[in-house]
Design a protein around this ligand. Structure first.
Ligand code: KIV
Ligand code: ZN
Length: 523
């Protein structure tokens, strides 16, 4: 008999997207959803349609475009949420309604002001309503690990009788420990009549750093679906990291005789795609996908590695798609080599994309001797986007120093030709942003500014991420260059172009259904 299959339910675009600084626009969500489809996750939780018009549109678009995985939409167990979820999912090839209600006494008393009996009624009605739309219905007992176990038995029994096909037992606040969580799953399997007809799912938060360990304990106790996110992003300390759960199952098959359908060689690329989209760098020591996960610093370790890599590596970097040597191209590399390398990195470019990428690449290779994969990924994410470049950077000059105001001169390309402006500022970056504001007539409020180096060496490419508020709405922007002022103005213009694009598409701060609070939404 083959190993038992564990379904991977990815909630990067829902629970992950709820975490601060990780919000994505429609285009970014679609890019990520396609990457998750290529990774071969079983389920993509695409959003929470009732939360906002943007969430609704994202679920609808992902449902239309990603045809292989199941597409799940989250909703509270209340009629208007369930109806909206179904509306967003109606074009999906494989839709799933994922409805939830909190079941712990703490949540029932303080958040919902409901009795246990009322909660059971809501679960029965919610699941039945979802079932009237689609066969595939998941029910989550929010805060399950702090709920009374016998009440959970009743909850699962009611949800199952109403038609739930997946029963999710979330550790919403990251409170449980592996042994206890395993026992809870076993308890439910023993006490809920007919539970074998449903798939038991687990959803762990990482408040005590135990999300992956708890998920594995639950699998050992009979759970067959794991909910997780790429890079472990999510509310507070995050969710179980997809890459950790998948690689633990793969590396320790002797202890955990289960398999997933994940294409492990795409793990690193998927992690980088998310980091590039959100601008949230992966912490260097992050398991599996951190920059140092396969780095060997000490002499003893390096010596061991040279003798045999198994001395200090329990998996190869290649098995998750990390190249051992990522030095790839230089000044004399041609279009062909560039196209091939982009293809290896998972970005097959069409002629137009390659033209743009090549232009950015030649400019970069004038500034930098060695070009690493990280530089290329920054190019592809920065330069090749479908947001129209209404304002395009032509040149930027900035002068700064102690005991003087910084000055900047910025020239932008527009539909009507080139325009230039000068401005003063508190520093060179502030001055170039002020010059851009004068040129565009928009007044941006900088909410966040971050810079990091994407590769090695003094000539490394710096990547800048900004969050700028225009018209009361925050817009993220990113730019990459070996010059930080250049990278900053590119990032700012990226946000400006997104703001104008959003304005032209009728997005204003006051539009749409307000997003529920994290509490209302469940975490
Ligand atoms: O953490 C949680 O309980 C959730 C549910 C909505 C599944 O995210
Ligand atoms: Zn959650």
């Amino acid at each position: 008999m083959g190993a038992q299959r564990i379904a991977i339910f990815d909630t990067t675009l829902r629970d992950g997207e709820q975490s601060p600084g990780c919000s994505m626009n429609l285009e970014e969500k679609l890019l990520m959803a396609h990457q998750l489809e290529a990774l071969e996750v079983d389920v993509i939780e695409a959003g929470f349609p009732v939360a906002s018009d943007d969430d609704f549109a994202a679920v609808q678009a992902i449902a239309r475009e990603c045809r292989r995985p199941i597409i799940a939409a989250l909703c509270r167990a209340i009629p208007k949420d369930i109806d909206r979820a179904w509306e967003a999912l109606s074009g999906a090839a494989r839709p799933r309604i994922h409805t939830f209600l909190a079941t712990s006494d703490i949540h029932l008393a303080y958040k919902l002001q409901k009795t246990r009996a009322e909660a059971l009624d809501m679960i029965r009605e919610g699941v039945s309503r979802a079932k009237s739309y689609t066969e595939d219905v998941e029910f989550s007992a929010e805060d399950a690990t702090r709920s009374d176990w016998d009440f959970l038995v009743e909850v699962c029994t009611v949800a199952l009788a109403a038609g739930a096909t997946v029963l999710n037992i979330p550790d919403t606040v990251g409170y449980t420990v592996p042994d206890e969580y395993g026992r809870l799953i076993t308890y439910l399997r023993e006490k809920v009549p007919g539970i074998e007809k449903a798939t038991i799912s687990v959803h762990c938060h990482n408040d005590l750093g135990l999300a992956a360990a708890n998920s594995l304990a639950a699998i050992n106790a009979g759970a067959r679906q794991v909910e997780c996110t790429v890079n472990g992003i999510g509310e507070r300390a995050g969710n179980a990291a997809l890459e950790e759960v998948v690689m633990a199952l793969s590396v320790r098959r002797d202890q955990l005789p289960y398999e997933t359908g994940i294409r492990k060689e795409l793990i690193y690329r998927t992690s980088q795609t998310l980091a590039n989209i959100t601008g949230r760098e992966v912490q260097p020591n992050k398991a599996i996908v951190g920059r140092n996960a396969f780095a060997h610093e000490s002499g003893i370790h390096q010596h061991g590695m040279l003798s045999h890599s198994s001395t200090y590596e329990i998996m190869t970097p290649e098995s998750v798609g990390v190249r051992r040597s990522s030095l790839v191209l230089g000044k004399h590399s041609g279009r062909h080599a560039l196209a091939k390398r982009f293809e290896e990195l998972g970005y097959p470019l069409d002629r137009n994309g390659l033209d743009k990428a090549y232009k950015l690449f030649t400019k970069l290779s004038d500034q930098k001797k060695e070009i690493f994969d990280e530089d290329l990924l920054a190019i592809v994410q920065d330069g090749i986007t479908s947001i129209p470049e209404i304002y395009k950077l032509k040149t930027v000059q900035a002068m700064a120093g102690t005991a003087m105001f910084s000055t900047a001169l910025v020239t932008l390309g527009t539909e009507a030709g080139e325009v230039s402006e000068t401005a003063l500022g508190d520093g060179p970056v502030n001055a170039v942003f002020a010059a851009v504001d004068k040129l565009t007539g928009l007044s941006g409020r900088l909410l966040e500014f971050r810079i990091h180096s994407v590769s090695r060496g003094a000539d490394a490419v710096g990547e800048v991420f900004v969050q700028v508020e225009f018209d009361g709405l925050p817009h993220g922007g990113k730019g990459a260059s070996t010059d930080i002022v250049d990278a900053s103005v590119r990032a700012y213009l990226n946000a400006v172009n997104k703001a104008i694009f959003a304005r032209r598409n009728g997005k204003h701060a006051t539009g749409g259904t307000p997003k529920p609070t994290a509490q209302e939404a469940g975490s």
